[in-house]
Ligand binder design. Structure first.
Ligand SMILES: NC(=O)C1=CN([C@@H]2O[C@H](COP(=O)(O)OP(=O)(O)OC[C@H]3O[C@@H](n4cnc5c(N)ncnc54)[C@H](OP(=O)(O)O)[C@@H]3O)[C@@H](O)[C@H]2O)C=CC1
Ligand SMILES: O=CCCC(=O)O
Length: 291
């Protein structure tokens, strides 16, 4: 199976590499073209533009930073729309809002192509290990066609119905995750400032009803102030912003998410946006020490 792949950031690089290692022919493109070189060593071919990739491949996957990047790669000069058409499928795995996804869906289908949104749960390591959770929605025939690739990329794929449902599911999940990360950061700081051993807190949490893989994975590195990026904080803040907008549209009051968003925004203003989202821990530390 030949797959086009647009976007070789933290997630895209790991996912494209997995496809190559599992025998897929992959043609890659990235805005910063130099990032394609490592994939070429593993057998990838480079496409000069998104349009060139779509021209060559019947299925093209994208995973890009945010709505503006997702739209740019489709609508701008040399973009996906220039070559999409009958018999060609476009799968956007970026985390975006349903409005962005719908715009891409309309444009792709107006040219005769098929479209699937398929954002993912799981971060750098699950992407490397092919253990993502895929939240697909849109063209069901394209979903079926993509299953061999999804089976390599993920441990479970969901087909959630019409376009927008995948985007919304992903935003709800990440809204919960962002609020949890803030509560966790506050707990770590409170434990430490009140004289408790934060490692003991991690042990206690891990044996109770709120044990979860995120606390288990991020807790030890947060205690060491190590925020090497797996999921960049700027993307988590984008997801909080988009989830809050979804809350606005549906008149859902989300004070915990709004407070978490403020913390992520503050972290971005302190230039922590390229670090892991767990760096929001630093904001809690500052607030506590200034009070
Ligand atoms: N990291 C994670 O744990 C997870 C991330 N996600 C989501 O997946 C998406 C990608 O995340 P991640 O890989 O971490 O992000 P990165 O920041 O590592 O990579 C972003 C990618 O988008 C490209 N890009 C950014 N702006 C543009 C633009 N205007 N035009 C074309 N390309 C652009 C970048 O190109 P360039 O290299 O040139 O900058 C790069 O390939 C995001 O939507 C994120 O929310 C979902 C699940 C987990
Ligand atoms: O969007 C990023 C999700 C990160 C995760 O699920 O661990």
């Amino acid at each position: 199976m030949e797959v086009g792949f647009l976007g070789l950031g933290i997630m895209g690089k790991a996912m494209a590499m997995n496809l190559l290692k599992n025998g897929f022919k992959v043609t890659v493109w990235n805005r910063t073209l130099a990032k394609c070189e490592e994939l070429v060593e593993f057998g990838a071919t480079i496409g000069d533009t998104p349009a060139a990739v779509v021209k060559k491949c019947n299925i093209t996957v994208a995973i890009l930073s945010d709505p503006s990047a997702a739209l740019s790669v489709v609508f701008d000069k040399d973009g996906v729309l220039e070559q999409i058409g009958s018999g060609k499928g476009y799968i956007d795995m970026s985390t975006v809002d349903d409005d962005t996804s719908s715009k891409i869906h309309k444009a792709v289908t107006a040219k005769g192509g098929s479209f699937l949104e398929a954002p993912v749960s799981g971060s750098k390591k699950p992407a490397e290990d092919g253990q993502l959770v895929i939240l697909a929605a849109g063209d069901e025939a394209l979903y079926e066609e993509a299953i061999p690739a999804f089976d390599v990329l993920g441990k479970k794929s969901f087909f959630l119905g019409h376009v927008g449902n995948g985007a919304k599911m992903k935003l709800v999940v990440n809204m919960i995750m962002g609020s949890m990360m803030n509560a966790f950061s506050e707990g770590l700081v409170l434990a430490e400032r009140s004289g408790l051993n934060p490692h003991a807190l991690l042990d206690v949490l891990d044996l109770g009803g709120i044990a979860n893989p995120m606390f288990r994975l991020k807790g030890p590195t947060m205690i060491q102030n190590n925020y090497s990026p797996a999921f960049p904080l700027k993307h988590q803040q984008k997801d909080m912003r988009l989830a809050l907008a979804l809350g606005d549209e549906n008149a859902v009051s989300m004070p915990a998410a709004a407070a978490a968003n403020e913390a992520f925004k503050k972290a971005r203003s302190m230039e922590l946006g390229d670090l892991d989202f767990s760096a929001v821990h630093e904001i809690v530390k500052i607030h506590k020490s200034s009070s």
